[in-house]
Design a protein around this ligand. Structure first.
Ligand code: G3H
Ligand code: 13P
Ligand code: ZN
Length: 350
């Protein structure tokens, strides 16, 4: 099966009322872990690479590793996505590399931490859409700003300083024509999201629900959606790690989001914790070992277990074989004809 556009994966998810996890990759073992989980659960796949991942692995290595995953798993629909593109050039280079989807995170300036103005965000995101859609490529935008700075994307703080304004979300969708929209409802990237279990008063699910009602054709995206499970924290700390007590996003809140228009859920930290815990365990229990395979294999298995769990929880499990891929050139025609237009003023009229 060719690599598919993320838009097709998300349109199918909307039809089936489920969410699709978007998992970050930086190396071969993480890519393999996702494919192990996808095969086990029969799930469609979104693999995403940050700018940091592209720099770490180098574009060509990363792209060819993803292609290998696709070649070896012809029955699994897969999209390759640029996570947190910080500029038009980053998105353009991802498209030229062969990614089928890009996130233009115009909520922040190029430095990845200074909130931009609404007009700056509209401008840069629209420019990316104008470049991407004629090529059949999906675009995710972001309105409102996530908290935290841990991994270099976020404005700091708790995540509640720049919660998305629904009026702005509607105007943003109308003026940019993005396929998917990341919104800020109080999550942040990394392990340190909340100092207690977040309940309905912490995460702004009411805002998410309102945005979905007003933008029913735009797929919503939840970033910073790791659950930071206690058992994974405990493994890391048991074997010499020093994580401070912390809480992530409860799965029930993500599932509430999925019932209200969330189609893409970004998860990286949980996989990082799983990998690190597994590696620490081997090196702690068997300090004489020095063959990287002795710890990379359990690390890969630990990540696959987390990914498979999320695939089941998000509802994408069992949906890999539901549909035939739409060629990217056909997606381009769909944008050109207006059939794929999500802008509220036009999509409603279709
Ligand atoms: O949102 C960020 C992802 O967790 C990727 O993080 O930029 O450290 O690769 P990164
Ligand atoms: P987490 O840090 O919660 O895993 O979020 C990842 C993310 O949003 C990637 O874009
Ligand atoms: Zn993110």
């Amino acid at each position: 099966m060719p690599i598919v556009s993320m838009r097709q994966l998300l349109d199918e998810a909307a039809k089936g009322a489920y969410g699709v996890g978007a998992f970050n990759v930086n190396n071969m073992e993480q890519i393999q872990a996702i494919m192990l989980a996808a095969n086990e659960t029969k799930s469609p796949v979104i693999m995403q690479a940050s700018r940091g991942a592209r720099a770490f692995a180098q574009d060509r290595y990363l792209y060819h590793l993803m292609l290998a995953a696709n070649e070896l798993n012809p029955g699994i629909p897969m999209a390759f996505h640029q996570d947190h593109g910080n500029s038009f050039e980053t998105c353009k280079s991802a498209i030229e590399l062969g990614f089928t989807s890009v996130m233009m995170d115009g909520s922040l300036r190029e430095d990845g931490k200074t909130p931009s103005t609404f007009e700056e965000n509209v401008e840069v995101t629209r420019r990316v859409v104008e470049f991407a859609h004629p090529r059949g490529i999906t675009v995710e935008g972001e309105i409102g700003v996530l908290g935290g700075v841990e991994d270099g994307h976020g404005a700091g703080g708790t995540g509640l300083e720049h919660v998305t304004d629904p009026d702005q979300a509607v105007e943003f969708a109308e003026r940019t024509g993005v396929d998917a929209l990341a919104i800020a409802i109080g999550t942040s990237h990394g392990a340190y999201k909340f100092t207690r279990k977040p309940d309905g008063s912490v995460l702004k699910m009411n805002i998410l629900i309102e945005i979905h009602k007003r933008l029913p054709h735009t797929h919503l995206v939840m970033h910073g959606s790791s659950s930071v499970p206690k058992d994974l924290q405990a493994i890391v700390n048991k074997y010499g790690g020093k994580l401070k007590e912390t809480w992530g996003v409860p799965i029930e809140e993500i599932q509430l989001g999925i019932r209200n228009g969330v189609r893409k859920i970004n998860v990286d930290t949980d996989n990082r914790l799983a990998i690190t815990g597994a590696i620490r365990k081997v090196l702690w229990e068997s300090p004489e070992k020095f063959d990287p395979r002795d710890y990379m294999k359990p690390a890969r298995e630990a990540m696959a277990k987390v990914v498979a769990e999320r695939m089941r929880e998000f509802g994408q499990a069992g949906h890999a074989g539901d549909y035939a891929p739409i060629p990217i050139a056909e997606m381009a025609k769909g944008y050109q004809s207006g059939a794929l237009d999500t802008r509220p003023s036009l999509a409603g009229a279709r």
